[in-house]
Design a protein around this ligand. Sequence first.
Ligand code: GLC
Length: 596
Amino acid sequence: MKYILSFLISLTLFSCQQTLSIEQRVDNIIAQMTTAEKVGQMTQIDHRFLDDHVDITDYAIGSLLSGGGSHPKENTLEAWVDLYNNYQEKALASRLGIPLIYGIDAVHGHNNVKGATIFPHNIGLGATGNSDIVRSVSEATASEVAATGINWTFAPCIATPQDYRWGRTYEGFSSDPKVALELGVAAVEGYQSSTKKNPRKVIACAKHFIGDGNTLFGTGMANLVDRGNTILSKEDLKKTLIPAYQAAIDAGVETIMASYNSWNGVKCHGSKELLTDILKEEMGFKGFVISDWAGIDEIPGDYKSDIVTSINAGMDMVMVSGESEPYKKFMALLTEAIEEKLIPMSRIDDAVSRILKVKFRAGLFEDPLMDYNYLSEIGSDENREIARDAVRQSIVVLKNESILPLSNTKIEAGDQKIVVAGRGADNLGMQCGGWTIDWQGGQGNITEGTTILEGLIENAPPGIEIVSDPLANSVKGDVALVIIGEDPYTEFFGDRDSLNLNEEDLQVIENAKAQGMKVVVLLISGRPMNIFPHIFNWDAFAAIWLPGSEGAGISDVLFGNYNPTGRLSFPWPTQAEEGANSSSVLYDMGAGLSYE
Ligand code: GLC
């Protein structure tokens, strides 16, 4: 009899819960929470730095993340699902059973996961100028992220990079805030759409708020660019950088990440004017603000004052990470600050309320666990075709002396021999760039995909012979296709004081010319680089950015199966170090050739 009674009570409670609004359910939970549980909800840890998984239960941890390269022991699809479920079950076992939300940098596909589709980085998506393909790419990414159980991507980055010496230039769609707005909205809509195949929601994160791409050279880490100082009046900030965030908010973005940089000398992570007055009050942001990785540590002062300053400024969840400062130290100091009334409980309750509302809206309370049923979504043919289409649309042909599309112009005299050379010809890691499998990316066969050379061989039309000669010094053909570019990098590892091309690459081009071949140069890069004056000696040139795993998209353009539509979303200066505001421009914003 008593079992029937308890079942009826729980059924009644559950059905009551279902009739309550999210606000009412959140208020009910907060009313039951201890200070320690509220502090736990505001804490985000990289799973690698957990002292013990049971800490998730004992401290009611609100969120975990996988930073770049933070995999399960085996980087297999099932292992990712098991990793997520294991941690989620620990969270559900906590006193109030509040589910955790798991974040990851799925910034060009589910890029930590081996076998996932790797899409072009944002600089290439920007060159498509096509919000539809950006939405499709983001939706496909969300379907792969959701298949592993993970429910939060730290994307899109809506920076508007101005100084190309910044290692994160490629994470921006464009130097033009209007393009960043249009494509940023498309990305938010794509990521947060309930994917047709998988009902799980993935929430997005517009980043990095604000001015990450506008810092002054010399003010950043190692006196370079990243995390430097952005000098802009409030009026100019509102005219240029705020609109893209307002549009993302209006599109329903659930989280926004604070930026490492400073605004007029004040760290964004500690700026109440930015995080509360402007973002929450003036712009009406109702989601929650997440810090960057140990971002509060860079606020001037000791760690406790960093915590007090950032939370009072409006930070809702802190990506403690656990790598630099132990998460138990963070939680102890935050608790101390609350008890000493250095942080009002009203601020804590506001932060926790925002976090819980996002978790409710993400469906986490109803359906927190994942199964293996959606794993076929990861790296699916359909998603790879979307990626190949994005690659085609991202290519910007800037010079073409009647060489492209490659075809057999002398069919009677036998095959047209295309010699394929250069470091980037057969190098999946190089064409994917940073944020791929590991934080800094890697070289060679780091995951599943098609290299540019493989695509050329697979798709060569009759009459075209593809021959690989990496240094272009041993096979004489009719045309040399030399694929050069940057080695992978991420964040400040990509900060440079010079944007010259690699001497080794230039030598390969010289070798090809010395053999009397016509030369088509393709540049794999995260930014415009110093192609002047070298380009005068090239017969054709295309920027292919960081195309990702579907290298066959390049051959679609080279063989004329797709008439190039890509257009520059960053102006290309004669001297690339001068960036987007250079007075001497080689190719304007919007430049790009199609075939006659
Ligand atoms: C990094 C990046 C940020 C990323 C976060 C988590 O430092 O600045 O873009 O989302 O840490 O990996």
